[in-house]
Structures are given as C-alpha cells and as structure tokens.
Design a protein around this ligand. Sequence first.
Ligand code: OSB
Ligand code: MG
Length: 340
Amino acid sequence: MDAPTRDDRHELPSVDALLADSHVVRIPLATRFRGLEHREAVLLRGPQGWAEFSPFVEYDDQEAATWLAAAIATGWAPPSTPALRDQIPVNATLPAVPLDRIPAVLSRFGECRTVKIKVAERGQTLADDVDRVRETRRLLGPAGRIRLDANGAWNVDEAEHAIRELERFDLEYVEQPCASVAELAELRRRIRRIDVPIAADESVRKASDPIAVARADAVDLVVIKAAPLGGIDRALAIVAEAGLPAVVSSALDTSVGLAMGAALAARLPELPYDCGLGTAALLLSDVTRTPLIPTDGTIPVAAVDIDEDALARLAAPDERAAWWRARIARCRELLVVGAT
Ligand SMILES: O=C(O)CCC(=O)c1ccccc1C(=O)O
Ligand SMILES: [Mg+2]
C-alpha cells in the first residue's frame, strides 16, 4: 500500500463534478451598477444543493478562487452550524442615479427602512452626492436610516470634507470612504468628534489579512460577504476574530448567492444592522420564480428553488459560458495549491 500521503485534491469535487450540472447565466440589471448592465453568474448544483460562482469578470484567478471555495462549501458540504433566525432585515441599495430616478429605483425594494447610497462615483461631484442624499432623506423621512458607500474612492481630505458636508442628513455609517487601512484610521481620528461610524468593506474582502483593519482599530464595523471570504464558516470566523459588529452584504448575486448571504446572516450571534442583501431588486430577472426581493424590509433564510426555464432563458452566449467554465477549472487548480 502507498504511504498515507494527504492530497487535498480528494477533498475537493473534481472539475467534472463541479461542471456536471452547471449553468452560466447573464442577467440584465434594472439600473447600471459598478458600470455593469448585465450580471454574469454560474449556478452549480452539488449534492447539498445549488451554489453560485460569480466573481466579477475583472478579478484575477487567485481572487476568484476564494469565490469558488465558497460555492463548493455551499453545494458540496452541509452547513456546520445552525441558523439562529429565519428572516433577515435588509436595506435598499441606491446606485449613483440621477435624482429623478431615485423613487423608481427605491420602489423596487418595497418597504425598506434603510437605504445604502453609492457616493463618490467616478465622473460625479460631491454636489451630486449631496443632492442624492438630500433627496433620499426627503423621500425616506426622518425615521429612515441612510448609510453611504464610497468604495474607497476618496482620499482622507476628500472623505473628511464629504462627511462633514453629508452628516447633516443623519448617517448610519459610511462604508469604505478611503481605500487603505492607514487612511481609514487617519480619517476616523479626524472625524472622532462627529458621530459618523466608519465601515470596512474592500479592506475586509480584498485584503490578504481581513482582520488587519479591525486590529488597527480603523473602523467601527465590518461589511462581510460570503463569496469573497470563502464561504459561511470562514466569514463567521472573521467576524468573531474582528470583534466588531458586522453587516452581511451581497455582491450583486442572483437569489442563490443571496441565499448564501442570508444563511451567513442567520448564523451571526448578533445582527445589529440591516443587511445589504436586498439586491435581487436590482436584477431584471432571476434564476427562481421566488426571487429574494425584500418584502416588508426582510428576506427569508431558505434554499432557493431553481427555475429550469429561467436558466434556459437567461443562458449566457456560448463563448461566455466557455470562458466561465475555463475559469472554474483554473480556480479549482489554485484551490489545490492553496490548500497545501
Ligand atoms: O451592500 C449593499 O447594499 C449591496 C451590495 C453592494 O453595495 C455591492 C455589490 C456588488 C459589489 C460591491 C458592492 C459594495 O458594497 O461595494
Ligand atoms: Mg461596499
């Protein structure tokens, strides 16, 4: 008999197993988001159910491989801890749209008490952000909660200036105002006297060390996403280690990816904020007849029933499907290397 060598390859489904029941879809968006008009995703059916693989197309294989680990964890292994809740309160997500489109975009989310507004969009000015936040506050009323997301686009001076301008609209928090941990820490020191919490998103999900931002005491809370963090168990471990309040958010997933986010949110010991998992409302179509569009400000924690007709109707063009399958094969190889 061979020496008992450990080969992590055996713990991962083969490429053939991953692709055996896989469907590449291309879903039109209701409104441009991150410069995108369509969202591409791969739905994979494993022994434990459906999983989603949808790293953004510009991500390199190393980054995308973590998303594949999350899909494998969902479709090929049972959840390792029980859910603590069966409904997740969610926010509406408002892209940097012109003022006259705000009511139509928000109406897609139903009755959400919390709105996350994208700010610092390339090609726009702080005046555009002020107008968008003011108009949202007017529509939402004083009891609504407004949080902002700058996706790291401001430097420290710009962030400080913008937050001082925008805080009069009563901000729940500002997500990733600056790109680096050092900038976030400096900003937080400068705005200590105004009561606007700072959240980390990219500094968690794109960092080689997702805890560094918490360790540096650079933020008040963390945004966590199941797919870029490698799945539910890894995301739960990161939150526990960070020791900060967490908001679970989507990556503009189909309802299958959102269900993974809801399953993560259901397992957090505390859920003090509404989660960014309402984004099915930004898709013009979905892979299920019961999309996780918020009703009364929540989404349910449950597996999603796939609509085979929708998979066929939304099927990506052949050359895109081939590109995604090749990407899965490359990422699968990186997981083997990365696991040793
Ligand atoms: O958090 C939300 O409200 C929705 C999700 C979201 O904003 C998002 C979706 C796709 C890619 C990046 C982001 C982001 O939070 O920066
Ligand atoms: Mg963000």
